[in-house]
Design a protein around this ligand. Sequence first.
Ligand code: SF4
Ligand code: SF4
Length: 348
Amino acid sequence: MRVFKMKKGNIVPFLRSLEEFGEVWGPVKKGDNYVYAHEDPEKFDLSALRTLIPAKKFFLPQKSTILKFKNGNWYTHSDCKKRVIFGLHPCDIHALNIYDEFYTRVYEDPYYKSNKEATLIIGLSCLPDEHCFCNLTDTSTVEKGFDLFFTELEDKFLVWVGSPRGDDILAKRSDMVEDITKEDIKDYIEWRKRRENMFKVDLSFTGLPEIVSASYDSDIWDKMGSACLSCGTCTMVCPTCTCFDVEDEYDIRADEMNRNRKWYSCMFREYSLVAGGHNFREARAERLRLWYTHKLVGFMSEYGDPACVGCGRCVVSCPVGINVLSIVRALTGEKNDAFWAKTEVKQI
Ligand code: SF4
Ligand code: SF4
């Protein structure tokens, strides 16, 4: 993998120049959160950590029309646009690599694939806060899944080239980058050491699939179920959650129809409701167990890695403190501050 360096002052002109490829999106502050926005790159906040909604929204939009019915015929429909997404952190890129596995390996999703191909992915390094645990999920650095990756050091960026497309982009802007020196490598190693020491979450993920599988009948799920609000926030913010629903929107006067795909959540009661009124996962405890066994066990056996990249979004978003960390602590008997861990309430 080739590596260059870029002066800090070149980042904004560089990103502006990428508008010739497509809309340039990056992280900006909105209220208390960060979101991806199509703004002038001057407004991008390079210190942004996790965005509220992850980058999956560019590849599997929250709602999109996939088919249209008009004049008695169905037509495929796509809102695919050429875009540049700047500011994805290593965990975000790992999550997109999981999406690639899910949406292209066995059954290729043409909408996902065209959105992915139309998007330039430009990663950016980050410094963890107290909720990040990508060091424990082995996703704190990334080797594939990006076109370019910027590591921000004190006085410069190091720029990793991750694809032939990324190589072409830098070749066209060779006046903006320089070759790296031994001093740059030394600075990078120092930065890595400093970053590694910043992770605060202390938890063992070793043997997790076995522990989760063996805990199938644990009353921990009932305790969590009695606290869970079934709001679905955890699944919406999780960068590796893939579920969607398909519904038809019929305009009876025009005799036209849109077939829409929209994000859905296995935390919703209707998720496992089938014709005839039977619900396979009526209880919230059952739905929580499904989510965590799928993420931490099912994905492991199917793809070799868990579907958690340690981004901390569920940790900061769940209103009742149910998240990967509190669940692992509960299942492994470690100290757990979540209020539901201390209750004895049974969820039906
Ligand atoms: S389970 Fe939580 S920490 Fe893991 S990837 Fe999903 S939102 Fe991030
Ligand atoms: S675990 Fe938390 S975020 Fe997820 S559905 Fe339950 S209450 Fe909502």
